[in-house]
Design a binder for this molecule. Sequence first.
Ligand code: SF4
Length: 703
Amino acid sequence: KRREVYAEETVDSVCPFCGVGCLTSVNVKDGKIVKVDGRNGPANENRLCVKGRFGFDYVASPQRLTKPLIRREDAPKRADLSLTADNYLDVFREASWDEALDRAADGLSKSFKDKGGAGIAGFGSAKGSNEEAYLFQKLIRQGFQTNNVDHCTRLCHASSVAALMEGIGSGAVTAPFTAAAEADCMIVIGARPEQNHPVAATYIKQAAKNGTKLIVMDPRGQGLMRHADYGLKFKPGTDVAMLNAILNVIISEELYDEQYIAAHADGFETLKAKIVDFTPEAMEPVCGIAAETLREVARLYATSQKSIIFWGMGVSQHVHGTDNVRCLIAMALTTGQIGRPGTGLHPLRGQNNVQGASDAGLIPMVFPDYRPVENADIRSEFEDAWGRTLDPVRGLTVVEIMDDILAGGIEAMYIQGENPAMSDPDQNHARKALTTLKHLIVQDIFLTETAWHADVILPASAHAEKLGTYTNTNRQVQIGRPCVPMPGDARADWQILIDLANRLGLNWTYDGVPAIYEEMRAYMASLANISWDRLERDGTVTYPADGPDEPGNEILFGQSFPTADGRGKIVPADLVPPSELPDADFPLVLTTGRMLEHWHTGAMTRRATVLDAIEPEPVVSMNPRDISAQGLETGQEVTVETRRGAITLTLRADRDVSKGMLFIPFCFFEAPANFLTNPQLDPFGKIPEFKFCAARIAPAHHR
Ligand code: SF4
């Protein structure tokens, strides 16, 4: 009845925000979304969070890009970095699609002619569909013989994927978050699902209510700790000390599963030798958690019948992020807490399609399905299929690409749906790199901070305007459907990619999204039994599935791992300190992250009326005791400064922030947190240390 009042049409789709992948019913009237309801999907069972339910009107924002734009000849390359709907036409002029696409293709071709593939790089998007991710990496690889193609996974879970590929031969989750219901014990570490994966949090809290023991580990307090049996507020940057102490107890108290290790895992003896010094007593002063608590937590995890670990970017965004995840993998492999219902390893993925974009090959080391570019047999398979010689060496990653631009290497970039002028660490450096480019194409739905630097801007499609598949954190492949028309002359991203590829002579002849999906599927064993027709029929299927009519496998690796010998690998980790420690000049620890109402760089949610009304301004959160000790006042304007920059924002009191820490969300363009962050990389995952750098704070007028 209510629907009849609100809507003329209801379209089944999937939420465009986080990796939970809630299914939605989108109510449409007069060509606009008027309401979004939860649908009965495997990841949400009709639930939605505030973003999914109320964050839809960005699609109809008057700030949408509706025409291709070309930078004016006399415009400064760097604009003034504060373009608005009122002044952007001083810098850009409107153009036809033909002119803009010709200009985009000519710029890329010129750089390719001058420098070969080494002069070109591309950032695709985890907000786009699987088909768009596949086409984007194909365009860069086939068109320019380079593997310089990456996306925001480099900034969130690259270290998790590096450790998982090394340890168990697969970068995806081994069990869905709904497995919490079957677990006896859950660890949530470095993740704040109530803010960042809210519907997943409801499953975790429900399981805790039903008796599953919950251990939450986080340097900042969080609401989930109220539901926990153990809440461990450890010192920031000491994850390995804490986890190694837990491994020490598992080994010294013989809580490990000898039979499981003998059958499935290598490296136990090396771990045993390494871990001997990491006693809980020795690690207590390092991580700040009482030795007895570490012992109790180790016993609970190891001796429960079924234990599962969830983690987020608090684990991965460190220079020791890969080591952190190695410790979690070691815990699972030594105790056999993997491969059975209620057990496993689950990195909670951030964007709605970051799992799918990675699976589709939008990363510099691998083709679709994580097949290494350096393997000659695999490469020749793609060379035969794509009719071009391909680059035999892995490409540069997100931050490395920015460094290479400034070193005089890469001179042309194609950026689809990503916003490195907000999301990359050390923004002075990153924006200088974007400014230095000879040719930058930005394809987006808004005039983002990255688009300010562009030579050509291509107006693209919002999620609600196009057909495509998206893969959530649970490995569930789901169809998103067009609900409303695109504004003005905007086009679907996959159509733009085809138009550009054909101007580069690649002769792409796809007649629609299903054809792209089926080509991609032909190179991805993980999708072998999930045809487009099956997706149309079922709406959502978990990969991998054993047959065209078999249900997908939710729990993986009960028998063996997809490694060369089928065995898992335990890799011990050493203590590696954060790259920049507090000192007399910068005495505080700054950590950055997300907030419930805003998503990533805020390009969408800051333009969603309800969400921006709830959290409208940039804030820095600090412990109330630190606020009074420093003579500051809640609500005042303060300047936070690090060795890389300074920003001014409003001070907020938050008891969850430990003494000596500051927390800033990275979604506010008015005060981008990433002007402050440290670009030092984890050596394996190449992920920057967003979670730790030295900072200071002062009243704004003192600057
Ligand atoms: Fe969307 Fe994630 Fe919220 Fe679900 S939990 S409604 S997928 S933002």
